[in-house]
Design a protein around this ligand. Structure first.
Ligand SMILES: NC(=O)c1ccc[n+]([C@@H]2O[C@H](COP(=O)([O-])OP(=O)(O)OC[C@H]3O[C@@H](n4cnc5c(N)ncnc54)[C@H](O)[C@@H]3O)[C@@H](O)[C@H]2O)c1
Ligand SMILES: O=c1ccn([C@@H]2O[C@H](COP(=O)(O)OP(=O)(O)O[C@H]3O[C@H](CO)[C@@H](O)[C@H](O)[C@H]3O)[C@@H](O)[C@H]2O)c(=O)[nH]1
Length: 481
C-alpha cells in the first residue's frame, strides 16, 4: 500500500488529503502537524476549519485510510510520498521584509525529512512558494543526507478556493505537476499522476518542468486578483459617471475572450493568498532586475488598498464627516462567504479605519468567533500567517468593539450598517425591521453589492453600494475619494 504523509493540517493539507483518501481507498494518508490543538480538532467532531462538504468526507475516511497525528517524524519516515503544506508567510524582517516569502517553516520541514528518512521519497511542494524553491529544498535534502537515499522534488501547487474547496478538489480545472526532466524526476511525476488519476481525467493533469509549475501558481493568483482590481478600478469610475458596475461587468464578461467570472466589484479582495503571492511575485521580479514588471503587479495591490480606503472614506464622509461615538454595525467579517477564515479580510481594514475615527462597532459574522475577531483586530500585519501557537494568543479588549451573534442585534440603534461579507443570509434579512430600529438618518454601505439598492432606498436608507450611481445624499456630501 502506498503511504502518503502530509506535513501541515491547515486549509490546504486537511481538505486535499481528505479528498485523496476518499478517492484512493488503496492509499494510506496521514496528515501531521506540530499544532496539537489543530490535530485534536481534526480528530474530534468539531473540525478546525469550516468548509462545506468537508465533515462528510472526513467522517467517511477517518480511521479507514485517513489519519491525523502529531507524530510528525514517525509518519514522514514511513511515507513514500511526503506533501509539504506548511505556512509560507510574508517576511516581516530582514531582506525582502514586507514582500518576500518566509521559508522558515518549509526549511525546517525539509531538514526534518532529511533527518528522519530511511527510504527513498518523493517530496511534493504543496505550499505556494517562490520560483526556484525546489532547488533550495533539493540542496537541503541532498546535503543533509549521507544515507544514499534518493529524494525527488515535485511542485504540485494547489488551486482550491476556500468555501468551495471540496468541489474544487473533486472536479479541478487542472492538476499541475512539475518535476525534473531526468528519468528519476519523470518517474516521480508519473507516481504522483497515478494518485490523481484515481479521479481526475488525464487531460486535466498537466505536467511541466519544476519552475513552470512554481511560477504558474503565482501567475494564476496574480491574474485572478488583477481582474478584481480591474473591476474595482472601474467601480470608482462608475460612481463618478453614473454608470453601473454590475452592468459594465456583465457587458464586458459577455465577451467570450474575457468571460464572466471574477468580475464582482467589492470592498476589496482578501484571503491568505492573493496579496501574499503578488508581493512575492513582485519581489522575485525585483530580484531579477525586472522593475517595470514588478511595478505593474504592485498596482494590483495598490488598487485593492485604494478600494478599501475609498469605502471607509465614503462611510465617514456620508455620515457628516464623523463617526465618533456612533454605533456602526459590521455585517460579515470573513474574507468571503462560506468560510470562517479571516486572513487578510477587508473587514480588518474597514474596522481599523472606523475605529480610527472613534466609531463604536457591533460586528456579526455567522462563522467567526468573538475571540478570532478581537485577535485579528489586535494583530500586526502578516502575524496571522504563522502557525497558531506562534500567534498572539489573548485577544485584546477593545472598548469600542462588541461582537454579537445576530444581525438584528448588531444593527439595533446603529447609525449605519457596513456589509463586508456576501453571506447569503444578509440578502434575506428583514431590512424594514432593521431600519425601524436604527437611528435616523439610517445609512447602509454595501461593500459587496448584495442588496437591492432601490428597495433599500424605498425603505428609507441612505445607500452607498460599490460602483452604483450615488445617492443624492452621498453625492452632496462628497469629499475627495
Ligand atoms: N488557504 C488556501 O486556500 C490555499 C490555497 C492554495 C495554496 N495555499 C498555500 O498552501 C500553504 C498552506 O496554506 P494553509 O492555508 O493550509 O495554511 P495553514 O496555516 O492553514 O496551515 C499550515 C499548517 O502547517 C503547520 N506547520 C507549520 N510548520 C510545520 C512543521 N515544520 N511541521 C508540521 N507542521 C507545520 C501549521 O501548524 C499549520 O497548521 C501556503 O503556502 C499557502 O499559500 C493556500
Ligand atoms: O469577483 C470577485 C471574486 C472574488 N473576490 C474576492 O477575492 C477574494 C479571494 O476570493 P477567492 O479567490 O474566491 O478565494 P481564495 O480562497 O482566496 O482563493 C484564491 O486563492 C487560493 C490560494 O492560493 C487559490 O488556490 C485559488 O485558486 C484562488 O481563487 C475574496 O475576498 C473574494 O471576496 C472579489 O472581490 N470579487
Amino acid at each position: 500500500m502506498v503511504k502518503i504523509c502530509c506535513i501541515g493540517a491547515g486549509y490546504v493539507g486537511g481538505p486535499t488529503m481528505a479528498m485523496i483518501a476518499l478517492k484512493c481507498p488503496d492509499i494510506e494518508v496521514v496528515v501531521v502537524d506540530i499544532s496539537k490543538p489543530r490535530i485534536a480538532a481534526w480528530n474530534s467532531d468539531d473540525l478546525p476549519i469550516y468548509e462545506p462538504g468537508l465533515d462528510e468526507v472526513v467522517k467517511e475516511c477517518k480511521d479507514r485510510n485517513l489519519y491525523f497525528s502529531t507524530e510528525v517524524e514517525k509518519h514522514v519516515a514511513e511515507a513514500d510520498i511526503v506533501f509539504v503544506s506548511v505556512n509560507t508567510p510574508t517576511k516581516t524582517r530582514g531582506l525582502g521584509a514586507g514582500k518576500a516569502a518566509d521559508l522558515t517553516y518549509w526549511e525546517s520541514a525539509a531538514r526534518m525529512i532529511a533527518d528522519v528518512s530511511k527510504s527513498d521519497k518523493i517530496v511534493v511542494e504543496k505550499s505556494t512558494v517562490p520560483v526556484k524553491t525546489a532547488e533550495a529544498i533539493e540542496k537541503i535534502l541532498t546535503h543533509n543526507n549521507n544515507k544514499g537515499i534518493s529524494f525527488q522534488i515535485l511542485s504540485n501547487p494547489e488551486f482550491l478556493a476556500e468555501g468551495t474547496a471540496m468541489a474544487d478538489l473533486d472536479k479541478p480545472d487542472r492538476v499541475l505537476i512539475g518535476g525534473r526532466e531526468t528519468p528519476a524526476g519523470q518517474k516521480a511525476v508519473a507516481a504522483l499522476k497515478a494518485v490523481y488519476a484515481h479521479w481526475v481525467p488525464e487531460d486535466r493533469i498537466i505536467t511541466t518542468n519544476l519552475w513552470s509549475a512554481e511560477l504558474s501558481k503565482l501567475a494564476a493568483n496574480a491574474f485572478l486578483a488583477q481582474r478584481i482590481s480591474s473591476i474595482n478600478a472601474m467601480s470608482a469610475l462608475c460612481e463618478s459617471t453614473g454608470a453601473e458596475v454590475n452592468e459594465v461587468a456583465y457587458a464586458v464578461g459577455k465577451d467570450s475572450r474575457i468571460g464572466p467570472k471574477f468580475l464582482n466589484a467589492s470592498v476589496g479582495f482578501g484571503g491568505s493568498c492573493f496579496q501574499k503571492d503578488i508581493l512575492n511575485l513582485v519581489y522575485i521580479c525585483e530580484c531579477n532586475g525586472l522593475l517595470e514588471v514588478a511595478h505593474y503587479w504592485k498596482q494590483v495591490i495598490s488598487i485593492n488598498d485604494y478600494q478599501k480606503s475609498r469605502f471607509i472614506k465614503r462611510v465617514v464622509s456620508s455620515m457628516f464627516n464623523t463617526v465618533s461615538g456612533k454605533k456602526i454595525a459590521v455585517l460579515g467579517f470573513a474574507f468571503k462567504k462560506d468560510t470562517g477564515d479571516t486572513r487578510e479580510t477587508p473587514a480588518i481594514d474597514v474596522c481599523h479605519g472606523l475605529l480610527g475615527d472613534k466609531a463604536l462597532l457591533s460586528i456579526y459574522d455567522p462563522q467567526v468567533t468573538e475571540e478570532q475577531i478581537k485577535r485579528d483586530l489586535a494583530m500586526n500585519k502578516f502575524d496571522w500567517d504563522h502557525p497558531q501557537h506562534l500567534q498572539p494568543q489573548s485577544p485584546t479588549a477593545f472598548k469600542q468593539v462588541s461582537v454579537v451573534w445576530d444581525a438584528y442585534e448588531a444593527c439595533k440603534d446603529a447609525h449605519g450598517i457596513c456589509v463586508i461579507t456576501e453571506w447569503d443570509e444578509f440578502k434575506k434579512l428583514d431590512y424594514q425591521k432593521i431600519y425601524d430600529n436604527m437611528q435616523k438618518p439610517a445609512f447602509l454601505f454595501d461593500g459587496r453589492n448584495v442588496l437591492n439598492v432601490e428597495e433599500m432606498r424605498k425603505i428609507g436608507f441612505v445607500v452607498y453600494s460599490i460602483g452604483t450611481p450615488l445617492d443624492s445624499w452621498v453625492k452632496d456630501l462628497q469629499v475627495s475619494i
